[in-house]
Design a protein. Structure first.
Length: 160
């Protein structure tokens, strides 16, 4: 037996999404995606998003700041990866730049150092050169900048 898909009205979509926005920060892109999955007409979805923005349920600058804080603190992502994800969500570059400024350089290096030190014991290689290469690739995958990675990986022997 096939379950019949619920067709949302504009008001139902607005109420459902405003409740979601009240619980956590959301961006226009994610809301539009959600309404596409609900198969809401594009014009209707745009009106709902415009209303959510007008009533400050959605604020992309606020979203970018929260996203940067969460991904840096909890997911241990670097600036590059965070910026890529925000661009993928179609956040304006000015909001991305402002939000990324909140990551303190000292905190960034400290997070990178801790992540590499934690990863180091599990990395296997024939020699130190190969191990460093693997650590560099790991940190690049997490979205840290090459200059910072070189600083931290280069200082590993000094700490050991």
């Amino acid at each position: 037996m096939e379950k019949k898909k619920h067709i949302y009205t504009e008001e139902e979509a607005y109420l459902k999404l405003s409740a979601l926005c009240a619980v956590s920060e959301q961006c226009c892109h994610d809301m539009m995606q959600k309404m596409r999955r609900w198969e809401l007409a594009e014009k209707l979805a745009e009106r709902v998003v415009a209303r959510l923005v007008k009533e400050r349920f959605i604020d992309e600058e606020r979203y970018a700041r929260a996203f940067v804080r969460d991904k840096f603190r909890y997911n241990h992502w670097g600036r590059v990866r965070i910026e890529q994800e925000l661009k993928r969500k179609k956040i304006a570059q000015r909001h991305i730049d402002e939000a990324l400024e909140e990551i303190d350089e000292k905190d960034n290096l400290k997070a990178l150092r801790e992540m590499i030190q934690k990863k180091r014991p599990s990395v296997k290689g024939k020699n130190e050169y190969e191990i460093k290469g693997k650590l560099i690739r790991f940190a690049l995958g997490r979205g840290f900048q090459m200059d910072d990675i070189i600083k931290v990986v280069g200082n590993l022997e000094d700490e050991e």
